[in-house]
Design a protein around this ligand. Structure first.
Ligand SMILES: [Zn+2]
Length: 162
């Protein structure tokens, strides 16, 4: 099957994230090994082309184009969850700080939050948001530690296909 690109979908007015999830991950590829947490409202996974080790994405299951469209209760749930993940990432990756940003600003963006660790040897400041993308290297021990702290089991993923 020919892979459909992000741009082709966007040009057709289709959200690539929603399309990917309902079409067996044909746009971005299967990320279940990077999944840290998932429930009916949101999912949290390690970024496949991280700006730093431990770069994590939290995304809503339903389509909202940005934070302004989020219902307040979901907004609250996601940001409290993000705080929890930040504490865990800081600990597991020994980061000095975790940066949070959300900058959904395209016609077919799907709301997500980015958590980007900053390490001791790195300078503070906004350049951390634009650090070069790196190759994703799987660290199984860290993934299982985070899942454990979030009280989430990979098996749960089988029960959460919608
Ligand atoms: Zn979407």
């Amino acid at each position: 099957m020919k892979n459909i690109t992000n741009k082709e979908l966007t040009d057709q007015g289709i959200c690539p994230t929603c399309y990917d999830r309902t079409h067996n991950h044909i746009v971005f590829g299967d990320n279940s090994r990077q999944m840290l947490y998932k429930d009916a409202d949101m999912e949290c996974f390690l970024c496949g082309n991280p700006r730093s080790k431990g770069h994590t994405i939290i995304s809503t299951e339903k389509h909202y184009k940005d934070m302004l469209e989020l219902p307040d209760d979901l907004c609250k749930k996601i940001y409290i969850f993000a705080k929890k993940v930040m504490i865990i990432l800081k600990d597991v990756y020994h980061a000095e700080s975790i940066y949070l940003c959300t900058m959904c600003d395209g016609p077919m963006n799907h709301f997500h939050i980015q958590l980007i660790p900053r390490y001791k040897e790195e300078k503070r400041g906004s350049k951390n948001f634009t650090k070069p993308r790196q190759e994703y290297i799987e660290e199984k021990d860290k993934i299982s530690e985070i899942r454990k702290k979030l009280n989430w089991n990979q098996k749960d993923i089988d029960n959460s296909h919608f």
